[in-house]
Write a protein that binds this ligand. Structure first.
Ligand code: FAD
Length: 324
């Protein structure tokens, strides 16, 4: 029986999928008789209540904290305030810039151990142990945290989204205003309209340098649409101006964990692979049979992407016509 504090994130009042995944896991950490409390920021009272359907017992909303302008520095005092009030066994968040930054500050204040980018975890006799990826995803290490409370962030897509029961939890407001901080958000640049966070995508069709143009990415978008995927890209494609940085996958882009990742004309540099290590199935389409991506792929197609991708789209269209 444990008491867990979950930092949940939302976008314009819609709970992020990764927070729903972690809410289910937090319930499992707490056990049936334990307690899961969530903390959200900004205008989130409606979606905070919905967390009741995935195992959260009660939620707090720091209403004055604007999620768009929130930094780890502004968020951490709210988390610390609740930790002081609730005496929890664990504070967990998704491995996002906010979750990582806020909880690192909190762990330092509490002088306790922290594990980031965890892939799983469980309470044990000694404390809390689990696995996390390290060195850009090149190794997976086992860790054990023995301090109390434990502080940990978890990778998006590490756990399934629990079915909601539809029940609502009670929501309390935290009226405290954010404190003055040394760093502040100077500008908020909107991501492309309609783009789902790649870290949460189930399927991704990604293109590399040879895709070559915005039109080339239009071709990949056709395949993505046919299979309900998001479009990703290598840094070389982004640097060439073929697509915006919002789509970049890799060490300096998004770390993704889809069920299906189709890499079209991507060589498989270590920096790109660092972003896709948690993908369940990787399909590579590349004209060079020696391309490093093939050693990381579950399925490979040696060929020109400008021939293979339209052929795949045509097969998928044919199939959907036959099923109608
Ligand atoms: P290329 O290396 O040019 O490879 C293109 C591939 O397409 C080749 O394998 C080729 O055989 C194949 N090809 C060519 N024509 C066709 C065709 N018609 N059909 C099918 N296949 C074809 N990169 C990232 O992706 N993400 C990052 O986050 C990232 N961060 C970086 C950080 C640092 C500090 C550094 C130094 C580099 C980083 N890079 C990153 C860049 C990385 O090193 C590579 O340069 C980049 O990933 C290469 O992109 P690419 O595979 O699209 O292009």
């Amino acid at each position: 029986m444990k008491k867990i504090l979950l930092i949940a994130e939302h976008e314009g009042g819609t709970l992020k999928r990764a927070s729903l995944e972690l809410a289910g896991k937090a319930r499992a950490f707490a056990g049936v008789d334990g307690e899961v409390t969530a903390l959200l920021f900004g205008d989130a009272e409606g979606c905070a209540a919905q967390l009741g359907g995935v195992g959260v017992d009660r939620a707090f909303v720091a209403v004055a904290a604007d999620p768009d302008r929130l930094t780890g520095e502004t968020a951490a005092p709210f988390v610390a305030e609740l930790v002081g009030r609730l005496s929890v066994d664990a504070i967990v968040a998704t491995e996002t810039p906010l979750g990582h930054d806020a909880l690192a500050r909190l762990a330092a204040c509490l002088d306790t151990g922290m594990a980031t980018a965890c892939l799983d975890g469980a309470f044990t006799e000694e404390g809390f142990s689990g696995r996390r990826s390290q060195y850009g995803g090149n190794v997976v290490v086992s860790f054990a945290l023995t301090g109390t409370p434990i502080v940990a962030t978890f990778r998006p897509n590490a756990f399934p989204v629990p079915e909601t029961t539809g029940s609502l939890c009670t929501v309390d407001r935290i009226e405290t205003a954010p404190r003055e901080t040394r760093a502040s958000v100077a500008e908020v640049i909107e991501t492309e309209a309609g783009l789902q966070d790649l870290a949460e995508a189930d399927r991704i069709v990604a293109g590399g340098r040879p895709v070559g143009s915005v039109e080339g990415f239009g071709l990949l978008a056709g395949l993505a649409e046919a299979i309900g995927a998001q479009v990703g890209a290598s840094r070389a494609a982004v640097d060439a101006g073929s697509i915006s940085h919002d789509h970049q996958v890799g060490q300096t882009g998004r770390v993704v964990a889809p069920k299906l990742y189709i890499a079209c004309g991507i060589s498989g540099s270590i920096q790109h692979i660092a972003g896709i290590r948690s993908a369940k199935t990787v399909v590579a389409i590349n004209s060079d049979p020696e391309a490093p991506i093939f050693s990381k792929a579950d399925f490979g197609i040696v060929g020109d992407l400008f021939a293979v991708v339209p052929a795949l789209v045509s097969i998928l269209e044919q199939r959907s016509t036959n099923n109608e």
